[in-house]
Design a protein around this ligand. Sequence first.
Ligand SMILES: Nc1ncnc2c1ncn2[C@@H]1O[C@H](COP(=O)(O)OP(=O)(O)O)[C@@H](O)[C@H]1O
Ligand SMILES: [Mg+2]
Length: 479
Amino acid sequence: MAADPPARRTVGWWRRRSLRFHLTVVASAVLALALVVSAYVMIGALGRSLLATVDGTIYQRARDTVSLADAGRLPDETTSPDGTLLQVIDRTGRITHATVGTDRLVPLLNAGERASAVRLGEARFLDGEPYGIPHMLRVRALSADRGQTVIAARPFSEVQTSINTASHVLVVGTPLLLVLLAGASWMVIGRTLRPIAALRRGADEITDTARSRRLPVPEARDEVHSLATTLNDMLARLEKADARQRALVSDAAHELRSPLASIRLQLEVALGHPRGQDWRETAEGVLEDTMRLARLAEDLLALARLDERGGTRGRREPVELDRLIPQTAERYGAAVTVRIPDGLGEARDGDRGGNGGQDGEGGGGGIVVTGDALDLGRVLVNLVDNALRHTNAPVVVELRAEGADAVLTVTDDGPGIPEPDRERVFDRFTRLDSARSRDEGGAGLGLAIVRETVHAHGGAVHLEDASPGLRAVVRLPLS
Ligand SMILES: Nc1ncnc2c1ncn2[C@@H]1O[C@H](COP(=O)(O)OP(=O)(O)O)[C@@H](O)[C@H]1O
Ligand SMILES: [Mg+2]
């Protein structure tokens, strides 16, 4: 409400102008300063050089006249070819000779001035008015023999005229040049900024219209080009993430539908024919579907957490795999055999026997990686669940250190996965057809969670043929 002080308003006004305006104004201001300074210097130099020329001329004329006077050959009618005024004054102060148009009675300089002018040996200014000359004069006095003095003078007006002409040209020309250059700057800057304007328009259109749009990339390999490419890369990533998110939502909705439909059907049937209904059987069926829903929700949550972290592990703690793996496998009982090479096994047992309190230190020779124990445990569970679903024989889990990596393998002797599908199964919601028929199958998120968790821990996972069966191989960098 309170009126802004004018200075603040001006600053605000300036800030609101475009970049093009700012650049043009600043460039023009610098240019104007440079032009004014150079005009000033030029006029100064011109004046000095013209003055030097005039001074040179009158000195020359005076010298010539002195030579003639010394030789006593001064003509009665003194003439000067270039209009220089000359007076020759004898020792008594009388003018003996003068050029036509020059006062023959009054010397241009009186006795005192003559003496000081001769002594100084320099030209000086003199007002011509008292002598009937309507200009400033440049005057030089030289002494000759027999007490004579020669005075030479030239009107300064010619110099003044030249300087005035030059000044006029500059006064008119400089602003004109400035306007021209400012106009050129405005155009050049506009042209330079055009790709940025194009980028802005492109961005506008992207938000306005459908997805899958890219910003226009200028042809010139300049900063704007790299900016546009970088932004386009970012857009591509965002688009991919967006597509992934949409796919996830629609897949998840799709997966939710069948257990919900199944629950609904069972309940409707049971309620429609309450008489001959085996409620226990219904409850079991509903429970089974509910478990499926719960598993799906849990898997989705795990994936959401992985996405949230953007490919980094949740915690960064030392995880003793040689302890975590057997502990996790324990719940499967005899269905899973854990094998850890002897040396490590002993080291682990030794640790346990020695002092349980030192567990956190990571023990000598243990297989320790850095990360999130809960997430790594889930990796094993997902792999073992898959294996158990496809085999009847015990699943073999092996853990060993190999170079800088911990290698965890889960091997079953089931039907395996044909080579072309071994990568695809890691995608979200990917189940192979044979597995779709199995009731206990999940939503196809298990391996996706495995891969994303392992990647977040800086490792890699792949499936290979165990002939017969399948082997999942997880590599994690040791800490
Ligand atoms: N040990 C295995 N043997 C044979 N096929 C497997 C094995 N593990 C996974 N698969 C196949 O890979 C698909 C994807 O596995 P996963 O991502 O864990 O999803 P889900 O277990 O929910 O089906 C499974 O549907 C199955 O067809
Ligand atoms: Mg699974």
